[in-house]
Design a protein around this ligand. Structure first.
Ligand SMILES: Nc1ncnc2c1ncn2[C@@H]1O[C@H](COP(=O)(O)OP(=O)(O)OP(=O)(O)O)[C@@H](O)[C@H]1O
Ligand SMILES: O=C(O)C1=C[C@@H](O)[C@@H](O)[C@H](O)C1
Ligand SMILES: [Mg+2]
Length: 168
C-alpha cells in the first residue's frame, strides 16, 4: 500500500487530521516534525534558533528520504516540507499527497498565541506572501480538501470518501 502524505500551511490541521485518520483506518501514523525533534532531541524552535532554517530544511529532506522508502504510512508533514518542489515530487512518487487547504484567516485563528512555530513570528504581510507562494506547490498535490469551517472528523470523512477514487 502507498503512503498517504498530508501537506498544507502551518495550522491547517495536518497533525490533528493525520492522527485521526490513522485511528479510523488502522494505518500507522508518523509526523515528520515529531520525528525530527526526536532525532535531534530538541524542539523545532530551538533547532531554528541554534542552527538556522537551512539546517532544519536539510533534516526534513533526510527524514522524507527515509520515510519514502516505507509503505502504508499516514504521514503528517511540516508546513514547509510540502512547499518544496523536490519534496513534492518525492512524495508523489511514493504515495498519495493530500493538501489540507485553509484560508489565511483560519490559519491565524488556529495558531493564535503559538510560540512553537518560528515562522509565525514574521509580520502579517510577509506571512501572507509566504502563504501565497507556498500554495503554488501545495496545488501539485493529488487530492485537494478545503478545511475551513470543518471539524477534524468531517475532514477525515471527506478524505475517506475521496479515498474510493484514488489508487491507494
Ligand atoms: N479542523 C479543525 N478545526 C478546528 N481546529 C483545528 C482543526 N484542525 C486542527 N485544529 C487546531 O489547530 C491547531 C493546529 O493544528 P495542527 O497542529 O494539526 O496543524 P499542522 O498543520 O500540523 O501545523 P504545522 O504545519 O505547524 O505542523 C491545533 O490547535 C489544532 O487543535
Ligand atoms: O511552515 C513551516 O515552515 C513550518 C511548519 C512546522 O510544521 C514546522 O515544520 C516548522 O515550524 C516550520
Ligand atoms: Mg503538524
Amino acid at each position: 500500500m502507498k503512503n498517504i502524505y498530508l501537506v498544507g500551511f502551518m495550522g491547517s490541521g495536518k497533525s490533528t487530521v493525520g492522527k485521526l485518520l490513522s485511528e479510523k483506518t488502522g494505518m500507522e501514523f508518523v509526523d515528520i516534525d515529531q520525528l525530527i525533534e526526536k532525532q535531534e532531541k530538541r524542539k523545532i524552535s530551538e533547532i531554528f534558533e541554534k542552527e538556522g532554517e537551512g539546517y532544519f530544511r536539510q533534516k526534513e529532506k533526510e527524514m522524507l528520504e527515509k520515510i519514502s522508502n516505507k509503505e502504508g504510512l499516514i504521514i503528517s508533514t511540516g508546513g514547509g516540507l510540502g512547499a518544496d518542489a523536490e519534496n513534492m515530487k518525492k512524495m508523489k512518487q511514493s504515495g498519495i499527497v493530500i493538501w489540507l487547504d485553509a484560508s489565511i484567516e483560519t490559519i491565524l485563528k488556529r495558531t493564535e498565541g503559538d510560540t512553537e512555530r518560528p515562522l509565525l513570528k514574521q509580520p502579517y504581510q510577509q506571512l501572507k506572501k509566504l502563504y501565497e507562494n507556498r500554495k503554488k506547490i501545495y496545488k501539485m498535490a493529488d487530492v485537494h480538501i478545503n478545511v475551513d469551517s470543518k471539524s477534524p472528523e468531517e475532514i477525515v470523512q471527506e478524505i475517506m470518501e475521496k479515498w474510493k477514487y484514488i489508487q491507494v
